[in-house]
Design a protein around this ligand. Sequence first.
Ligand SMILES: Nc1ncnc2c1ncn2[C@@H]1O[C@H](COP(=O)(O)OP(=O)(O)OP(=O)(O)O)[C@@H](O)[C@H]1O
Length: 266
Amino acid sequence: MALQSERHGEDTQAPVLTAKNVVRRFGGVAAVNDVSFDVRRGEILGLIGPNGAGKTTMFDLLAGSVPPTSGEILLNGTVVSGEPAHRRIGRGLGRTFQIPRPFPNLTLIENVMLAAQGQAGERLFANFLMPWRVAAEEKTFEQKAMDLLDLVSLTRLAHEPARVLSGGQRKLLELARVMMADPAIILLDEPAAGVNATLLEVIIDRIRDINARGITFLLIEHNIDMVTRLCHRVLVMASGELLCEGTADEVARDPRVIEAYLGGAA
Ligand SMILES: Nc1ncnc2c1ncn2[C@@H]1O[C@H](COP(=O)(O)OP(=O)(O)OP(=O)(O)O)[C@@H](O)[C@H]1O
């Protein structure tokens, strides 16, 4: 955990990520309405809620792909609400998508290496003036990418094109890709969606392993069994608002949560 914190020069006491009175309107719809919460360092925090609750919009706001109408987002204690997504990645925020889209004709290792930030090979000057340094960096990136593919149990397929992967394997590849940028926190969008039962167990174990390395997680998930097994705490959103937070058992017993889910299903 200390390693990740030092890398991003962050205050280890501060929450990794904070939403402060965040509002996002689309025309007349408040997709996110005055939502505040902290993601504590080192935890796996779940974000659940019925369809249309505002979870994806909340992720877009945290990651910087959508600006807030009002309110603030803090990453490691720094206000980042006005910063674009790529700058937040540089500050240690990683994000995976519900439907990962790797480059289908590149191998897994190439896909993971492409996610590396600031590769010397991409810098014209460095390439021209210091080819030995570029070659050395390439080697380091390649080794790191292999280690990450190993971490997500994809070593066997490292030199296969990404198009051969199943939906669940693509989610594992996406995890390796996001890890390449040394994130302090990873936002995971529905890691269980469309994944078979065997691979789901692998994904759960790998998330636990990565979390044990000190990386914080915030995950949107409809699979409540996965949320219960994985998450230390859970936030519940409904109709754009934060309904409650607590352990998975606590929120499952909360009458407001039961009402929100039943109301949504009615
Ligand atoms: N770009 C947009 N333009 C207009 N309305 C939007 C936009 N994005 C989201 N909304 C609306 O905001 C509300 C919240 O949507 P959001 O996708 O964030 O919910 P969600 O909790 O992620 O739902 P799901 O679980 O179905 O993915 C919905 O009413 C949705 O129609």
